[in-house]
Design a protein around this ligand. Structure first.
Ligand code: FE2
Length: 313
């Protein structure tokens, strides 16, 4: 049995030397300012989380990935582990409590509970017509205004590591993640391990954490769900017009099934827009011996080296 079962991803915490520039990129990416202090920026989506991204001021670094615990007792359980912090009151906007852990690669993990929730921002999504149902949008015109995408929520993170088996075991044992799909390299080592949260019968994103074997260690990317395919395309055009670097996309993934689009910020932190993920529950059993070629999707460009070799510490 795992120590606890986290219910979702909460936010990523990074550090960069220019909060104005960080906020400009994150707005162009589709996030909205929740709060800003002299030394930190908190950005939210249209969902109910107080924030889904934290930027602290300083030299560029990934500070932590944060996950949500179902109950306060889970924090107590984690705090009793060797090397864990105590249960701390979070001294920042959104409040709540947390425990800090360190994974086998030295990445900091925050498990939080009790953060303030906020009123979701309503959003219109037009139904799409297709060959089976050509009247979903009967009488409703598809007219769009050019704009940035709108982020709904944070979805997943990807960590590169030189010890994928150890890392995967640690996250499953500590946070209760379940194996969704795994891809083996030609020499049979674990190349990609997609893991989801365990909420029993409830359907959840195909993955909340992907462990990727590679020559570096650190964060490959953090991924945010946006509203729909038009939002993805509008966001793509907006980010391109602003001169940001498009790393990979638009395409559709095999594992997880998302339509994706990857962008780099000024400090080499990579962010993904996605929509239309596979959703599975605890009964799902994926493949555990997929081949690495399946990293390329059914459509869209092949995965570039800039993407799969990327890791930020
Ligand atoms: Fe992703």
């Amino acid at each position: 049995m795992p120590i606890i079962k986290v219910t979702d991803m909460a936010f990523v915490r990074v550090r960069v030397p220019d909060l104005d520039r960080a906020e400009e990129f994150l707005k162009d990416f589709g996030l909205v300012r929740a709060e800003r202090t002299a030394s930190a920026l908190y950005m939210r989506g249209t969902g109910s989380a107080h924030h889904v991204h934290v930027t602290e001021l300083g030299e560029p670094k990934v500070l932590s990935l944060a996950f949500t615990a179902a109950q306060r007792d889970d924090l107590e359980a984690l705090s009793r582990l060797p090397g864990a912090s105590g249960v701390e009151e979070m001294q920042e906007p959104g409040g709540g409590n947390r425990v800090r852990l360190t994974d086998p690669d030295g990445n900091q993990v925050e498990v939080i509970h009790g953060m303030t929730t906020v009123q979701p921002v309503p959003h219109d999504v037009l139904p799409l017509n297709d060959a089976n149902d050509g009247l979903r949008r009967a009488g409703v015109l598809s007219r769009h205004t050019r704009r940035a995408a709108k982020v709904l929520r944070i979805g997943h993170a990807v960590l590169m590591t030189g010890q994928s088996d150890t890392m995967v075991r640690w996250y499953r044992e500590h946070l209760g993640l379940l194996c969704s799909d795994e891809v083996l390299a030609p020499d049979n080592h674990l190349a990609l391990s997609f893991n989801r949260v365990d909420r029993g019968d409830e359907y959840v994103d195909h993955h909340v954490l992907l462990i990727e074997a590679g020559p570096k260690k650190g964060l490959n990317h953090v991924a945010y769900e946006i509203h729909d395919i038009d939002d993805l395309m509008l966001g793509h055009e907006h980010l391109r017009a602003k001169g940001y670097e498009n790393v990979w996309g638009i395409g559709r993934h095999v594992y997880g099934g998302q339509i994706f689009d990857y962008w780099m910020d000024a400090w080499d932190f990579m962010y993904e827009h996605w929509t239309d993920t596979d959703r599975v529950n605890a009964r799902f059993q994926g493949v555990v011996d997929g081949t690495i070629d399946s990293a390329n999707g059914p459509w869209g460009a092949a995965v570039p080296e800039r993407f799969f070799m990327h890791a930020h510490d």
